[in-house]
Design a protein around this ligand. Structure first.
Ligand SMILES: Cc1cc2nc3c(=O)[nH]c(=O)nc-3n(C[C@H](O)[C@H](O)[C@H](O)COP(=O)(O)OP(=O)(O)OC[C@H]3O[C@@H](n4cnc5c(N)ncnc54)[C@H](O)[C@@H]3O)c2cc1C
Length: 508
């Protein structure tokens, strides 16, 4: 028996939605409803087990989206997993906890996200954390999300860091500390050997709160608008469509694909494009779905190993590297160790059946190429068009060529070289490297920016995350990022939600 109205209705129980629901419900006078399309995460072994995360991509807990053929990546259609389960993508992700460089956020403010600079946002990052190293000026302790170092890093990880040091990339203690330039063990959203998703950290401890209702297996189909005000949502529940009203606000936290799609299905988007599909345009907002960003990741540079690596430890990694391309004065290139092969469909065919393999996978963390999310049809069941446009900006390709050259040189450095028989694919010149990049570029799983925050009229939300042209509606998730930060996107999304909760509570 779900009540017909709540103070706040939050759409999407992922990284951001879990934080928002918990933080808003910390005020016992507030009645909060969280609606999630997927099932509960409780009791799912593959979600709890860090080593099993890759098995969740393409599973029943993944929306199963596929990027449109990427014109600069040989027209390949690359799957783009998104969590469809309580905890959202934080329930299926690789658990790296990394917030990038301070200037990522200072740039947001320079781009018009007034008040969103690193100094202002650091308390939100710190508040979310329960960092194993304890509280400091940079880190938080006692927050909902347990963050630990790998408990059992693979010995090759240390040799990779030592080899990187020979190439001028220092070994650092904590990539979420003062500097992120260097090699170090990753921070992981893991506690007691188990995944520490946003659901686990924020929602599970609040499961008995009387003012927080969490509904799973309930797809929100569109928003209920009265005049210029959003007053609720339409959603499927127990085989029926019902309306649930928000007395104060509806907050979209359906992610970088789900949030723009819900806006467009509700008539908020490029009016001409919506009309062409037969959707009544309510607010002309051409920015909705525009400016999709995702880091390009090369999947992967595989090496035949001198000895079997043994069972996967932690979440299958163990060391991260951040260094600078010749075009950047702060780390824009990133690489990580994979305790096994890392190969997309094409490359997988070339993997040896009878030899041990590990990978060093480089990616570009300050990529410039942008794409879009668009509706292809008015039919809510039809797939949407999601185009990342990888490598569309030539600067991205140039930086990735440098990343490949760096990993090639790293592999020849002591003490890493003693673990390697040979690279799986030997690249002889620039042209072969470019071809390899086009063949292997893949998603880093970091899509964002499709409901961009800013102060200009073309931005979708203002710096208080309110949707322009509609009252009673905000977006708070990875979609509001003005530009992609130079890191994995879970920690920044959690921070956005912490900040959103402050803004919403302050406005009440
Ligand atoms: C496989 C994978 C690996 C990744 N690895 C890392 C990593 O190691 N480190 C890192 O920092 N980041 C990683 N990321 C990215 C990171 O997890 C995401 O950026 C982050 O979780 C995004 O949070 P969000 O709240 O914006 O969206 P999500 O967490 O995806 O949440 C959106 C939620 O909304 C729900 N939803 C969507 N539409 C509707 C609807 N119509 N009705 C109801 N509910 C709806 C979804 O089911 C989902 O639960 C990874 C992502 C994936 C998929």
């Amino acid at each position: 028996m779900l009540a017909s109205s709540f103070d706040y209705v939050i759409v999407g129980g992922g990284s951001a939605g879990a934080v928002l629901a918990r933080r808003l419900a910390e005020n016992p006078a507030c009645e909060v409803l969280l609606i999630e399309a997927g099932p509960s995460d409780v009791g799912v072994g593959a979600i709890a087990d860090p080593a099993a995360w890759t098995s969740l991509c393409g599973s029943a807990f993944d929306w199963g989206h596929v990027y449109a053929p990427a014109p600069h990546a040989l027209g390949r259609a690359i799957p783009i997993p998104r969590g469809r389960v309580l905890g959202g993508s934080s329930s299926i992700n690789a658990m790296i906890w990394y917030r990038g460089h301070a200037d990522d956020y200072d740039q947001w403010e320079r781009d018009g996200a007034t008040g969103w600079n690193f100094a202002a946002l650091l308390p939100c990052f710190r508040r979310s954390e329960d960092w194993q190293g304890g509280a400091s000026a940079w880190r938080g302790a006692g927050g909902p999300l347990r963050i630990e170092l790998p408990q059992d890093p693979h010995p090759i990880a240390a040799d990779i860091a030592a080899a990187a040091a020979r190439m001028g990339v220092p070994t650092i203690e904590d990539l979420n500390g003062e500097s992120n330039f260097g090699a170090c063990h990753p921070n992981l959203s893991i506690g007691n050997g188990q995944r520490w998703s946003a659901a686990r950290g924020y929602l599970h401890p609040a499961r008995d709160w009387p003012n927080l209702v969490v509904v799973t297996d309930s797809l929100v189909t569109d928003l209920v608008l009265e005049g210029d005000r959003c007053v609720g949502v339409r959603h499927r529940l127990d085989g029926r469509t019902r309306q649930t009203r928000a007395r104060h606000e509806v907050i979209l936290a359906a992610g970088a694909i789900g949030s723009p799609v819900l806006l467009m299905r509700s008539g908020i988007g490029d009016a001409r494009a919506l009309r062409r599909l037969g959707i009544q345009a309510r607010v002309d907002a051409p920015g909705v779905g525009d400016r999709l960003q995702d880091h390009p990741l090369l999947c992967g540079m595989n090496f035949i190993a001198t000895a079997p690596l043994g069972p996967v430890r932690d979440q299958g990694g163990g060391v991260l590297l951040n260094w600078c391309s010749s075009a950047s004065d702060r780390p824009d290139l990133h690489g990580f160790f994979v305790q096994g092969a890392h190969a997309g469909a094409g490359l997988a065919r070339e993997l040896p059946a009878d030899a041990p393999v590990f990978a060093l996978s480089p990616g570009l963390m300050r990529s410039r190429s942008t794409g879009f999310v668009r509706l292809a049809s008015a039919d809510p069941a039809a797939p949407v068009e999601i185009q990342p446009n990888y490598l569309a900006d030539p600067a991205d390709l140039a930086a990735l060529v440098e990343s490949v050259e760096f990993i090639e040189e790293l592999a020849g450095q002591s003490p890493l070289a003693r673990h390697i028989v040979r690279p799986l694919v030997a690249l002889r010149d620039h042209a072969e490297r470019v071809e390899f990049i086009r063949r292997t570029v893949d998603t880093f799983f970091h899509c964002c920016g499709t409901c961009r925050m800013g102060s200009d009229d073309a931005s979708v939300v203002d710096p208080a995350l309110r949707v322009r042209g509609v009252r009673g509606l905000r977006v708070a998730d990875a979609s509001v990022m003005p530009t992609i930060p130079s890191c994995n996107t879970n920690a920044p999304t959690i921070m956005i939600a912490e900040r959103a909760a402050e803004l919403i509570a302050g406005a009440a």
